[in-house]
Design a protein around this ligand. Structure first.
Ligand code: PLP
Length: 387
C-alpha cells in the first residue's frame, strides 16, 4: 500500500538512531539525548500523582486548564515583563515540540519558506517539511562564535518567506544570541513582515550569571512572535510532555483548534504538575546549578584530551566538540566510539551537514558517569591516533 509523499521524507534522526543502537550494550554510557537524569521536585511529582488519585484525569479545554494557563502567564510576566491574557495569548501544548509543530502548522502554507539557523535542533527541518514548508538555512561557524549574522538572514528572504526560527539558548552549541543581534533580527522581521518562532526551552539553564533576552520583548515583536517554552528542561519534566506557546491571538487560537484534532490537550496530571512547578518552584536553582557544575567538570576533563576542542557552553546541557584533528567523519567517530568503548554521542551532521567536524555530548548524567565516559573517550581518541 502506498504511503504519503510526506511519509517518504520522514526519517528517524541520527540522535535517535544512536540512542537506539546504544541500548544493545549493557554497560553503555549514553550521552545522546537531552533528557536530564534529575527528578522533578517532589512537590511537582506529588501534584501529578494527586491529580491521578483524585480522578483529575479527564480532558481539559484544548488550551489547558485556566489555572495552568494562569500559572504559566505568571511565570511569563516575571521573565518577559509582559502581562498575558490567559483567554487569548497562551496555550499549553504537548511539550515544546507540540508548540513548535502547531505554530508551524498554523502559519506555513505549502511552499512557504522558514529560515532556520544552523547548527539547528534536528526536528526543525522535518517539522517544517511535515507542514509542507521549505527550510532555508543560515550557517554559523566558530568564526562568528556560532551566532548568526543578521545580514545573512536578510539575504535569504524571498517573497515566499513566512518566518524566522531562532533558538536561544541553542541546542547544540549552548550559545545565547546577544541582545544587539536579536534586535537586528527583530528589525528584519518587522521590515519584511515575518513571523518569528522563538524556541526558548533552555532559557532557565543559563550559566555564569549570564542573561538571555527574548526577541519577543522588543517593541512591536509581541504581535509577530510565537514564544515556545517548556517544562521539560526547566523542571526536568521531559516525560510529562508539557510545554506552552505564547503569541498573537490569531495564531494561538488556530493552534488551539489544531490541538483539538491531534491531542485534545496536555495530559491533565502534567497540567497539575505545571501549576505546582510554575507557582512554587520558579526560584529553585538546583537543576541549573547541577548542570553548571557538570558543565565545568566536563569541559575541564575534555580539555585534558588532546585533539578534541570545545568552548564552554553558556547554557543548555551539551558540548559541541570539534573532532577535526582526528580526520574522521562525525558518524564514523560516533559509530566507532560506541563499538569500541560503549559511549554514545551524536554526530555533528545531525545539526547540519556542515558540522561533520563535530560531535554533541550531553551532560545529562551524573558526574561519575561523565567521568567514566570521558575516560573511555580518551582511550578511544588515543587508539585512533596510534591506530
Ligand atoms: N527545542 C529544542 C531546541 C530542544 O532541544 C528540545 C528538546 O530537546 C525541544 C524544543 C522540545 O522539548 P520538549 O518537547 O520536551 O519540551
Amino acid at each position: 500500500m502506498k504511503l504519503s509523499k510526506r511519509a517518504e521524507n520522514i526519517q528517524t534522526s541520527l540522535t535517535r538512531q544512536l540512542f537506539n543502537k546504544a541500548k544493545q550494550y549493557e554497560d553503555v554510557i549514553d550521552l545522546t539525548l537531552g533528557d536530564p537524569d534529575l527528578k522533578p521536585h517532589q512537590e511537582i511529582c506529588d501534584a501529578a500523582c494527586n491529580a491521578i488519585q483524585e480522578g483529575k484525569t479527564r480532558y481539559s479545554m484544548n488550551a489547558g486548564l485556566f489555572e495552568a494557563r494562569r500559572a504559566v502567564a505568571g511565570y511569563y510576566e516575571k521573565v518577559h515583563g509582559v502581562k498575558l491574557n490567559i483567554n487569548r495569548d497562551v496555550m499549553l501544548t504537548i511539550g515544546g515540540m507540540g508548540a513548535l509543530y502547531l505554530s508551524l502548522a498554523a502559519i506555513v502554507n505549502p511552499g512557504d519558506e522558514v529560515i532556520i539557523i544552523a547548527p539547528y535542533y534536528v526536528n526543525y527541518i522535518q517539522m517544517i517539511q511535515m507542514v509542507g514548508g521549505v527550510e532555508k538555512v543560515v550557517w554559523t561557524t566558530p568564526k562568528n562564535n556560532f551566532i548568526p549574522y543578521p545580514d545573512e538572514i536578510e539575504r535569504l528572504i524571498t517573497e515566499n518567506t513566512i518566518a524566522i526560527m531562532i533558538n536561544s539558548p541553542c541546542n547544540p552549541t549552548g550559545k545565547i544570541i546577544p541582545k544587539d543581534i536579536l534586535k537586528q533580527i527583530a528589525e528584519i522581521a518587522i521590515k519584511n513582515d515575518l513571523y518569528v518562532i522563538s524556541d526558548e526551552v533552555y532559557n532557565s539553564l543559563v550559566y555564569d550569571e549570564l542573561e538571555c533576552a527574548s526577541i519577543a520583548d522588543f517593541p512591536e515583536m509581541g504581535e509577530r512572535t510565537i514564544v515556545i517554552d517548556s517544562m521539560s528542561k526547566r523542571f526536568s519534566m521531559t516525560g510529562y510532555r508539557a510545554g506552552f506557546a505564547v503569541g498573537p491571538e490569531s495564531v494561538i487560537s488556530v493552534m488551539t483548534k489544531m490541538q483539538e484534532n491531534i491531542a485534545s490537550c496536555t495530559p491533565l496530571p502534567s497540567q497539575y504538575a505545571a501549576i505546582e512547578a510554575y507557582t512554587n518552584h520558579l526560584d529553585d536553582h538546583f537543576i541549573r546549578d547541577t548542570f553548571e557544575e557538570r558543565r565545568n567538570f566536563m569541559v575541564k576533563r575534555l580539555k585534558e584530551i588532546p585533539l578534541l576542542q570545545c568552548n564552554s557552553p553558556q547554557a543548555a546541557f551539551y558540548l559541541f566538540v570539534d573532532i577535526s584533528r582526528l580526520h574522521m567523519t562525525s558518524l564514523e567517530f560516533a559509530a566507532k566510539l560506541l563499538e569500541a568503548q560503549h559511549v554514545a554521542v551524536v554526530p555533528g551532521i545531525t545539526y547540519g551537514d556542515q558540522y561533520d567536524d563535530y560531535i554533541r555530548i550531553a551532560f545529562t548524567l551524573k558526574k561519575e558517569k561523565i567521568d567514566e565516559a570521558l575516560r573511555r573517550i580518551k582511550v578511544f581518541v588515543e587508539s585512533v591516533v596510534e591506530g
